[in-house]
Design a protein around this ligand. Structure first.
Ligand code: GAP
Length: 511
């Protein structure tokens, strides 16, 4: 399966097995808006739980909040979103399709990167065991030319984005010969900036006022800095975490749940003493990468990507990228945001937003390190990483979601072999005993083979089958999702076995 087919397969698997549906599908759907189905919502909740436990519960000095989606509109003026939350867009005059100019260029760079990968693959096949990856990358003339070309393009891209010289972006697109994927032509408009915030109206006794749907959760944390610091008697360094919906009018919304108009963020702002920010930036950069690895994601599929364009208020920023079937793309950002946000809110609100340091007997505006991850992108990462097609001995293909058991929608499926002779009574009893501690699935219909396949496809780590032996010796067949091995186990130790195999501590202790 090539990468395009692999991605299509993931999208159709998500629909077929109740993970993700297009929004309002019976009305032809709504572009770039999706609904999570019965299995998707469980997996998404589990991802959120793991993030919350690792960020809040595991840190004495991090607490959570849940701020509203609507905020006083001055918040967005202060944060810079009203004036500067734009994307550089370009239209193809023939297809009438709109693209992000920087994304078109980044995709071009990605194509050069795949050419480098192809050269590496060819050479490794030619030289076999003698092949040295690093030496090849630093000496092969063709690879060096490709790398120089990438460096050149990145410099122009960075300069154009930083200076806001949109004409240079268009010039670069033309010079690289980038064509519209739909029309295949180079008939481009000029590049223009578009604001990404959605607005709506709020009616009050004195008329209507414009409100924004928040485009990030972070500002809810900044405006509550004093409330939390004072009521929680928090001492710097400390963090405030939040998960919740954010909205962006993404004109180019593509790649399934990768870029949506309504999505969920999980953000943590860590308030530190000025001067210590780069130490904490490195701490969170490492911690967040470790977090992704703890879920079993292969390290070769994850990488850091330093920001080409640093926001004017940031003094360091990095993305954690994942190798999606359509290339390495951002899943999470770690940003050192200086004192910009708190200072701006101090300026715009007229309220003093500072921290009194008992040790130095002085006030200062804390600096902020932010970790910001999109829950939906993380969901997609988990699907891409763990959905496998395996060829079985009998030639059949099984789709199996080999996801970490803590994340699986169901931990155990309880399956009576047949619907008679007292087997369902035993199965129901097992279900009713285990359901207090574990998400359990119960199913009587279809052959046992078909039922196993369905549980593999939704990632259930264990199935138990109640059969005729269960009537005699109070045991069941326990089937392992990953190995497909089966063993007999006493019914009364099922709960103990599950708690040993599936618990948050197993994951959290890796951090
Ligand atoms: N507070 C910082 C902030 O919002 P961002 O890089 O714009 O930074 C953070 O967004 C994360 O939110 C991204 O790394 C991505 O995972 C997710 N995200 C951003 N826009 C998204 C969209 N349109 N659809 C899905 N996820 C998105």
């Amino acid at each position: 399966m090539n990468t395009e087919e692999q991605f299509k397969n993931i999208i159709s698997h998500c629909k077929e097995y109740g993970f993700i549906f297009p929004s309002s599908e019976i009305y032809e759907g709504l572009a770039a808006v999706y609904d999570y189905g019965q299995n998707g919502v469980e997996l998404k909740n589990n991802l959120r739980t793991y993030w919350w436990k690792s960020m809040v519960q595991m840190h004495q000095n991090i607490v959570g909040i849940d701020a509203s989606i609507f905020m006083q509109p001055k918040v967005w003026k202060a944060s810079g979103h009203v004036d500067g939350f734009n994307d550089p867009m370009i239209d193809n005059k023939d297809s009438k399709k709109r693209y992000r100019a920087d994304v078109l260029i980044e995709e071009y760079i990605e194509k050069i990167n795949s050419k480098i990968s192809k050269e590496v693959l060819k050479a490794s096949e030619r030289f076999g065991e003698k092949f040295n990856h690093n030496t090849f990358l630093s000496t092969n003339e063709r690879v060096l030319n490709y790398k120089n070309e990438i460096d050149r393009i990145e410099v122009i891209l960075k300069q154009s984005l930083e200076s806001g010289e949109l004409a240079n972006l268009k010039k670069l697109i033309e010079e690289l010969g980038i064509v519209c994927p739909l029309s295949g032509t180079k008939n481009w408009t000029d590049v223009r900036q578009y604001n990404l915030m959605y607005s709506t109206q709020m009616t009050a006794t004195d008329g209507e006022s414009e409100l924004y749907l928040r485009p990030e959760t972070a500002q809810g944390i900044f405006v509550n800095f004093l409330n939390v610091q004072k009521t929680g008697r928090m001492k710097i360094p400390f963090g405030i975490a939040q998960t919740g919906k954010a909205f962006r009018n993404e004109i180019v919304a593509r790649q399934f749940i990768m870029r949506m108009k309504e999505f969920e963020q999980m953000e943590m702002q860590y308030f530190v003493k000025p001067g210590s920010e780069l130490k904490w930036y490195n701490y969170w950069k490492n911690y967040r990468m470790k977090w992704h690895l703890s879920l079993g994601t292969n390290s070769v599929n994850l990488k850091y990507h330093d920001h080409l364009k640093l926001a004017h208020y940031a003094n360091a920023a990095v993305d954690i990228e994942y190798s999606f079937p359509f290339g390495f793309k951002e899943v999470e950002g770690i940003h050192s945001r200086t004192d910009y946000d708190l200072s701006r809110h101090q300026e715009f609100s007229g309220k003093k937003i500072q921290y009194f340091d008992n040790e130095t007997n002085s006030n200062y505006t804390p600096y902020v390190i932010e970790t910001s991850i999109g829950l939906d992108r993380l969901f997609l990462l988990q699907m891409c990483e763990n959905l496998k097609e395996e060829k079985l001995e009998n030639g059949e293909i099984r789709s199996v979601l080999k996801i970490n058991p803590n994340l699986a929608p169901y931990k155990i499926a309880i399956l009576p072999l047949v619907k008679k002779d007292g087997l369902t009574e035993i199965a129901e009893k097992i279900y009713n005993d285990l359901k207090f501690d574990f998400a359990c699935f119960y199913e009587e219909k279809d052959t046992i083979g078909k039922r196993y396949r369905r549980q593999d496809a939704i990632g259930t780590p264990f199935c138990v089958t109640v059969d005729y032996d269960s009537l005699k010796d109070e045991t069941v067949t326990l089937r392992n999702r990953d190995t497909m091995e089966q063993s007999r186990i006493k019914i009364d130790i099922l709960g103990k076995m599950l708690s040993e195999e599936i618990n948050w501590k197993n994951l959290l202790s890796k951090l």
